[in-house]
Design a protein around this ligand. Structure first.
Ligand code: GLN
Length: 292
């Protein structure tokens, strides 16, 4: 019952942590803090400086409900409704993958190129295929004022979330949301074509962690029989939309480096760099065109 939760900040945090620990949640202290701070609008400093601070009844009820959902296995960022990505707070929705730190690797890999193009050309045009929350495009836009981006997704719900994120970050003037099945509705030429496509082989979806399998949209995970279909589509169709000196950057599953490289090599692309995530796994490959 909600009224069994303590009404002051310090004890409330301890009880929240105890309930998540009892439910065998991985990091009960962190998740308790995220939930209590989010719903009560308090900060960590306040919790330390003012543990006797009184929390009102409706806030306690919201925290109770959030703890119940978390204890039931719902990812904490789905409950909060946002996740930090590259220092940006991005709203998530049921139609979007939760942005992951692994994907920041792609942003960092492409940033020097985006900056260089912006300086040389006065503008860098980015196409983000399967944009979801808009994470990749919005992170690059936030870092490079002369960049503009089109975020493509099949899902209208995902695009609504991406558009909302662009507005919340003050980037809407440089971000266009486009509903399209890969390149179907895309026009124009881009200096960067980026994608974190679905790359899990269909038959492996069932083996993903519960929090991924039950809460991330399968449209954003399922890459077909061998997980590589999106790379085949991008490799086959990107040339018409890529500037002569443009680059393609794709996130990959950690075992897919050689296969994905092979797909792009066969389509006439040169390797332009491979990058590991913070866990040391192969995560991003960049390709350059070999011919105009
Ligand atoms: N990295 C994600 C996961 O394993 C998959 C994301 C994707 O398919 N693009 O949960």
């Amino acid at each position: 019952m909600a009224d069994q939760l303590p009404e002051t900040l310090g004890p409330l945090l301890r009880e929240a942590q105890a309930r998540l620990a009892a439910a065998a949640i991985d990091d009960p202290a962190l998740d308790a803090r995220l939930i209590v701070e989010h719903f009560s609008g308090t900060t960590r400093t306040q919790a330390i400086a003012d543990p006797e601070r009184k929390i009102d009844e409706s806030t306690i009820a919201a925290i109770f409900d959030a703890l119940r959902r978390r204890a039931g296995g719902e990812p904490v960022h789905r409950i909060l409704g946002y996740r930090e990505f590259y220092g940006l707070r991005l709203s998530v929705s049921p139609e979007t993958l939760e942005p992951r730190p692994d994907t920041e690797t792609l942003v960092e890999a492409m940033l020097p190129f985006v900056r260089a193009v912006a300086v040389q050309e006065g503008e860098c045009r980015i196409l983000d295929l399967g944009t979801g929350t808009g994470a990749i495009a919005l992170a690059l836009l936030s870092a490079v004022p002369a960049a503009i981006a089109t975020g493509v997704d099949m899902s209208a719900g995902a695009l609504a979330t991406a558009g909302r994120n662009a507005r919340q970050l003050g980037l809407a003037g440089r971000f266009t949301a486009l509903q399209s099945d890969w390149f179907e509705k895309v026009s124009g030429r881009y200096h960067v074509i980026a994608a974190n496509p679905p790359y899990i082989p269909s038959e492996d979806i069932g083996n993903l962690q519960d929090e991924v399998r039950n809460f991330d949209p399968h449209l954003a995970l399922d890459g077909g029989a061998d997980g590589l279909n999106p790379y085949r589509i991008i490799a086959a169709e990107a040339a018409r939309f890529l500037e002569t000196d443009g680059r393609i950057a794709v996130e990959i599953g950690h075992t897919q480096h050689d296969e994905v490289s092979g797909i792009f090599a066969a389509a006439g692309y040169m390797p332009g760099g491979a990058f590991r995530d913070l866990g040391g796994n192969d995560r991003v490959i960049v390709f350059e065109r070999t011919k105009p």
